[in-house]
Design a protein around this ligand. Structure first.
Ligand code: FES
Length: 133
């Protein structure tokens, strides 16, 4: 614990004090190669934090915990729906985004999902050709 305390109370503050951070953006042009080298740990750490944060945000937006199904019949080991093709109407749209409140039928929720995530999912649309056509 003492090593951690020394790192945060002594080493880190003296590192920051030693950084040649200029007062103005124009001052960046005055920095030498050695000055830039001293800032590599700081810039590298900030860059890594930014990249990891963006990756985490994107992962959370896209799939939460990695599961496609976020809310449909979560008490079951597997979600299966079966329809007799004779019972389907002339047109039916089935959800493929797993966000529909009327799952397995599409209720248009894919529009909001696509807008929020940049995804491009849509329903499976079935239609029966009429006997006369
Ligand atoms: S609501 Fe899921 S595809 Fe339309």
């Amino acid at each position: 614990m003492e090593a951690i305390a020394i790192f945060f109370k002594v080493t880190l503050p003296s590192y920051f004090e030693s950084l040649p951070i200029p007062e103005t953006f124009g001052g960046l042009l005055q920095l030498t190669g050695a000055d830039w080298l001293r800032m590599v740990p700081l810039v590298g750490t900030l860059g890594a934090v930014i990249v990891l944060t963006v990756m985490q945000i994107r992962r959370g937006k896209c799939s939460g915990n990695g599961q496609v199904n976020q809310s449909v019949e979560k008490d079951k080991a597997k979600v299966v729906h079966a329809f007799d093709i004779e019972d389907l109407g002339d047109k039916e749209a089935f959800c493929r985004c797993w966000r529909s409140k009327t799952f397995p039928k599409c209720d248009g929720s894919h529009v909001g999902h696509n807008k929020a995530t940049g995804d491009n999912v849509g329903p499976l649309c079935l239609s029966r050709k009429s006997a006369s056509s």
